[in-house]
Each structure stands twice: as structure tokens, then as C-alpha cells.
Write a protein that binds this ligand. Structure first.
Ligand code: NAD
Length: 312
């Protein structure tokens, strides 16, 4: 298939593009480099530097699919500057969907997030868990999920929203390079490498087995694989939602233990208050993706930490 990958110069988009190329797909990347890196654009992919708001200049009827990863994705920034998320995520994605409709591109895979669920009311989060985002980032992603559902119903698009839980790990030279980095694993690894600040553990009084927050960590290689499966299996006129996680929760202290084991180093940490809006536990039920897409995450927390450490 010929696939437009928005955000393909970013962390996850780069790995998705890598797997598409390995699967003999034709890859076109559209990225404005606002948080991405041009050295992450793979040889073998066509490359357009620009905003998704101008996707109409790139798309035509020769495309079979769009995989839409480009977004602003900092929760804290979204609280302080919500307008950046309404424009950068909702308005720009609407322009992309308009361009997809105008060009007649039949398939659309979207990077959604567990943040659409807000504070969970059940242990393993299924796709029919109530959506109640508690920050503009999650709200902007949920709005795009709704746009895609309506687009599929009204105009026959085959669409899927993939709701990622906590993504980590690395693949063949592609690793997390967010600035600022708000994710636990790269921050623990940087602290392990030394020379910088201690890593911060936010919240040690949660109602969990060791008092720290529990999250579901998914390897970026497993995550990327779900995109190819969804792209191949979605049907016209439908919008499917899939939660992408392993179904296994790991606490912040368990991640810290894994980092110390993999690196063989003691990680300097400081214990901080809880961050507002961080739920105690966020774990996916991966059942639907398993059943419908035949998707099975194969890598565990230790693999995520090891691969990220090797690419630090
Ligand atoms: N990393 C995670 O744990 C996680 C979890 C849930 C959801 N997501 C979603 O996955 C996607 C990718 O995340 P990532 O961690 O790879 O982030 P990233 O910042 O590394 O990649 C995003 C890419 O999109 C590009 N971009 C942003 N706005 C753009 C625009 N308007 N036009 C063109 N390009 C634009 C950036 O330059 C960057 O290359 C995002 O949509 C994010 O919300 C990530």
C-alpha cells in the first residue's frame, strides 16, 4: 500500500515507517519537525517537511492509507496552553481529514491515547470504558476519535483509533527524544547514565501495592505492529477503537528496579508529590486487539528498558 505517515520524523512514527518499509509498503512522511528530527526520517521513505494542515498538497488518489501520528502531546502544556491543542490537534486533524476525503483515501489509522479515559473506574480498561478526559490533550484526541467515527459513518472511511498506553523501548536507531522528556523510563535511564538531575518519582502514597502509580508499558515495536494489522483489516464505513497495552501493570518502583537491573547501576531519585491529574492505575485490556487484529504484544518491561538503554 502507499501510506502517508504523519509524524514520521517522531519517535513512534519513525518505527511505524520502519515496519511499513520492511513490509514492502510505499511510505510518504509528512512532518513539520516541531518535535521530530529529520535524521529520524528513513532512507526509502519520501519526505515532505510541512504541517498536516497542508496535507491537501501531498495527498492524491494514489494513496491507500493515512497513519496519523503527528500531534502535540504534552499533558502539562495542554493545561497551560489549551488553544495550542485545539489548533494543533483538532483543527489541523480536521484539515487532514478534509484532505483525505477530497483525495478519496480509503483508510485512516489514528494515534489516540489512554488519556481519553481520564480517571479509570475499572481495573483493566476496555474500549467501552467511559471516556472522560481530565486535560485538553486527552480531550483533543477524543474529539478526533469522534470526528473519525462520524466521517466513517457519513462518508465510508475505514478508520481506527489506536489508544496507546505507555509506550517505550527503541528500534534500530530510533528512540525517544522528547524535549522536555516527561516519560519515566528515559528519565530513569538518563539518571542512571549520570551527570544530570536525579529522576523524580511523583507520588508514593497511591492506593497501590507499593504506593507508586501503576502503568501499562508497551514496546514501540509491538505497538507499531498493531498499526499495520489495523490498516490491513479495517473495513469501509466503520470506525474501530483498540486499546493497545499488555494488560500487565508495573509500578514506578518496579520500573525503577528493572532499570537498576538492566543498567547494573543505582539510579538517583527524589520522591515528589503526586502530579495533578495522574490516576493511581492505568492498565489496558488488550483483549479486543488480540481477538480482532490477532495482535499479541511479545515484549516485556525488561525488553523495553534494555532496548531503550542500548539506544540512549
Ligand atoms: N509516546 C507515548 O507514550 C504516547 C502515548 C499515547 C499516545 N501517543 C501519541 O502518539 C503520537 C506520536 O507520539 P511520539 O511519542 O512519537 O511523539 P513525537 O513528538 O516524537 O512525534 C510527533 C511528531 O509529529 C510531528 N508533528 C507535530 N505536529 C505536527 C503538525 N501539525 N504537522 C506535521 N507534523 C507534526 C512532530 O514534529 C513529531 O515528529 C502522538 O500523536 C501522541 O499523542 C504517544
Amino acid at each position: 500500500m502507499k501510506v502517508l505517515v504523519t509524524g514520521g520524523a517522531g519517535y513512534i512514527g519513525g518505527v511505524v515507517a520502519q515496519q511499513l518499509l520492511a513490509g514492502d509498503h510505499e511510505v510518504v512522511i509528512l512532518d513539520d519537525l516541531s518535535t521530530g528530527h529529520d535524521d529520524a526520517v528513513l532512507a526509502g521513505a519520501q519526505w515532505h517537511e510541512g504541517s498536516i494542515a497542508a496535507a491537501g498538497e501531498v495527498l492524491d488518489s494514489s494513496f491507500d492509507a493515512v497513519i496519523h501520528l503527528a500531534a502535540k502531546s504534552l499533558v502539562g502544556e495542554s493545561v497551560q496552553h489549551p488553544e495550542r491543542y485545539w489548533h494543533g490537534n483538532i483543527v489541523a486533524s480536521l484539515a487532514l481529514i478534509d484532505a483525505v476525503r477530497a483525495a478519496g483515501v480509503p483508510r485512516f489509522i489514528f494515534s489516540s491515547t489512554a488519556a481519553v479515559y481520564g480517571t479509570p473506574v475499572s481495573d483493566a480498561i476496555t474500549e467501552d470504558h467511559p471516556t472522560a478526559p481530565i486535560n485538553p490533550y486527552g480531550a483533543s484526541k477524543l474529539a478526533i476519535d469522534h470526528m473519525l467515527a462520524a466521517e466513517a459513518a457519513a462518508h465510508g472511511l475505514a478508520a481506527a483509533s489506536l489508544r496507546y498506553f505507555n509506550v517505550g523501548g527503541a528500534s534500530d536507531g530510533l528512540s525517544e527524544r522528547h524535549d522536555p522528556e516527561t516519560h519515566l523510563i528515559p528519565n530513569l535511564l538518563r539518571a542512571a547514565a549520570g551527570g544530570g538531575e536525579p529522576a523524580k518519582l511523583f507520588g508514593t502514597d497511591y492506593p497501590t501495592h507499593d504506593g507508586t502509580a501503576v502503568r501499562d508499558y508497551i514496546h514501540v515495536l509491538d505497538l507499531a505492529d498493531a498499526h499495520l494489522r489495523a490498516m490491513e483489516q479495517i473495513r469501509p464505513g466503520t470506525h474501530e477503537v483498540f486499546n493497545l497495552g499488555t494488560g500487565v501493570g508495573s509500578s514506578v518502583r518496579e520500573v525503577l528496579d528493572a532499570v537498576e537491573t538492566v543498567t547494573g547501576r543505582r539510579v538517583p531519585v527524589t520522591e515528589e508529590d503526586r502530579r495533578p491529574g495522574d490516576p493511581a492505575t492505568l492498565v489496558a485490556s488488550g483483549e479486543k486487539a488480540r481477538e480482532v487484529l490477532g495482535w499479541t504484544p511479545r515484549r516485556a518491561l525488561v525488553d523495553i528498558v534494555r532496548d531503550a538503554w542500548e539506544h540512549l
